[in-house]
Write a protein that binds this ligand. Sequence first.
Ligand code: CUA
Length: 157
Amino acid sequence: MMHIHKYESAFMRLAVMTLVIFAGAIAISVMGLGVHLPGAVEQIDPQQVSADPGFAEPGLRRVYEGRYIAHLVVEAWQFTPATLTVPAGSEVTFYLTSRDVIHGFKVFDTNINIMVIPGQIAEVTYTFDEPGEYQFYCHEYCGAAHHLMSGVIRVVE
Ligand code: CUA
């Protein structure tokens, strides 16, 4: 009996220790990184968006043939830039951040649908195979002119 009791208490100690370590790991990751929503990759001071080299001159940059990076500054009630043009077949990684309140970035005819939260840089990558005009808009209510927040990605032959 004594033997079993010892074994059980050692097991309990181990279980409690595991829980403590696990809770500690969660606490550290929440404190260290902030609570991240899907699509968010990096923290940024919403007051200092223009201090970030990517957002200082928002827009499209060609990395190499068929590969682009786009930085979009989002604020009430506009995307900057609101028009992007890429050749068909291009893979584009978008980085977006908000200067003020929560906005959204949804691109028609794609699976791009992310939240743009002040203080975070959201990232999403998509390959535009088909030529056409891909309208995008803000899908998080952000005030009086929310319904006017839109833009277009022109995918050309
Ligand atoms: Cu921005 Cu709705």
